[in-house]
Design a protein around this ligand. Structure first.
Ligand code: G3P
Ligand code: CA
Length: 229
């Protein structure tokens, strides 16, 4: 079973910062999950929200700032210190040559960034880290696009509602990885997914009890803020 730090080792470090990614590697996570959005000048940056308000000392939409402007803000979130917004390139450069995985969530469920799927895959290929990258999205259209752009890639469909109807879409669109919210899974659902050879990744596992339950059920990937042994 693979353990991924949600937004890096975000239980202890400001989410989606290089510090959180490096510390996830140091403590022993197999990799990290992070969120990809796009700046005004088309740069791929790692941040969960469409706006910078919650996690930085600035305000406004990511897409309204250039990368240079975004780098002026402090993304320390609730911590002390200076933490700059990371680019996808910085993260991929960090993982290159290491035994460390990255789940790139393409954040297109609220804003349709033009061609973001192709730009992300091109960057991954350019740095030659394809073997270390899993893609996922809540946006079905992005999932389908990613599969078309890179048919060999791992592409997961993220869901946080309508389990049964979205489960049906996996077959229809030949999606082989499912990323439901952790609380949706029980033995029957895990068996049902396994019968169709679907990889299962769950998020965001909140405590050791749930971690043990899901491990026992046999899920493939656990995504959590905290590192569970
Ligand atoms: O990829 C799993 C999880 O990160 C999805 O939810 O809102 O934390 O991006 P969210
Ligand atoms: Ca995410």
């Amino acid at each position: 079973m693979i353990k991924l730090g949600h937004r890096g080792y975000s239980a202890k470090y400001p989410e989606n910062t290089m510090e959180a990614f490096v510390k996830a590697y140091d403590i022993g996570f197999d990799g990290i999950e992070t969120d990809v959005q796009m700046s005004k000048d088309g740069e791929l940056v790692l941040i969960h929200d469409e706006k910078i308000n919650r996690t930085s000392n600035g305000k406004g939409f990511v897409r309204d700032y250039t990368l240079k402007e975004l780098k002026q803000f402090n993304f320390a979130y609730k911590e002390k210190g200076l933490y700059l917004i990371p680019t996808l390139k910085e993260l991929l450069t960090f993982i290159k040559g290491k035994e460390f995985l990255v789940n790139l969530e393409i954040k297109t469920d609220k804003i349709q960034y033009p061609d973001i799927e192709k730009k992300v895959v091109d960057m991954v290929k350019q740095l030659n880290v394809n073997q270390q990258v899993f893609y996922s999205s809540f946006c079905l259209e992005s999932v389908i696009k990613l599969k078309q752009i890179d048919p060999k890639a791992y592409v997961g469909y993220l869901i946080e509602n309508q389990y049964n109807s979205k489960r049906k879409l996996l077959k229809q669109y030949h999606i082989t990885a499912f990323h439901p919210k952790y609380s949706y899974l029980n033995q029957i659902r895990v068996q049902d997914l396994k019968k169709d050879q679907i990889k299962i990744a769950v998020w965001t596992v909140p405590n050791l009890k749930e971690y043990e339950r899901l491990k026992e059920l046999g899920v493939d990937i656990i995504i959590s803020n905290e590192y569970f042994k």
